[in-house]
Design a protein around this ligand. Structure first.
Ligand code: CA
Length: 195
């Protein structure tokens, strides 16, 4: 079974792909609607997990185009909980079923969405505001470099989870970063001292 995952949120895309891979499926990944549409049009997938909100072309348009072109591959729409309008639009467009985004992922997405909910993360006396890029401990401001801030924000977004070094490198740096260097350790060390 070969499955295509189309989701622009890189964390979520990887989580879904990993879970499907663990379940024994062969998984291809796409990160925008155009790429997803093209792959679904040209590759023989057994199913597609398709997000609705995608750059280039939204998920509803992607499934509509496939159906208009006579492509019958099963499509599972990724929806946020309680978004009934999305579900109706998805069915109208020709989706077969729905996968609801897990609650903790959704929470993270809501936090990240501009102008939505709170941009503030707290952990004991530590407070971090992702919008203003400021952090403090018990009201005393922390002076952080942009790398240290991103590192702290990433860890606070994943509170209670084990975050690997590889994961940090993947999320905090682009592909050009030298993955063998020990910069992450240095940043973590500095962050600890500052806190
Ligand atoms: Ca999305």
């Amino acid at each position: 079974m070969r499955i295509l995952v189309v989701e622009d949120d890189k964390d979520l895309n990887r989580q879904i792909a990993d879970a499907l891979g663990d379940a024994g499926y062969v998984v291809d990944r796409a990160f925008d609607g155009e790429e997803g549409h093209f792959l679904g049009d040209t590759e023989p997938y057994d199913a597609v997990v398709l997000d609705i909100g995608l750059p280039q072309m939204d998920g509803i348009s992607v499934v509509e185009r496939w159906r208009r072109a006579g492509r019958r591959l099963p499509v599972l729409m990724l929806t946020a909980r309680d978004r009934w309008s999305d579900k109706v639009a998805g069915i109208d467009a020709g989706a077969d079923d729905y996968v609801t985004k897990p609650f903790h992922i959704e929470e993270a997405l809501i936090r990240r969405a501009a102008g939505h909910a709170s941009s503030e993360l707290t952990c004991g006396p530590l407070r971090l505001d992702t919008k203003s890029s400021k952090a403090d401990v018990d009201g005393t401001p922390l002076k952080l470099t942009s790398h240290e801030f991103r590192l702290l924000a990433y860890l606070m977004h994943h509170m209670g989870e084990v975050v690997s070094r590889t994961e940090l490198v993947e999320h905090l740096y682009d592909q050009g970063f030298d993955r063998d260097s020990n910069t992450i350790e240095v940043f973590v060390g500095r962050l600890r001292k500052k806190m």
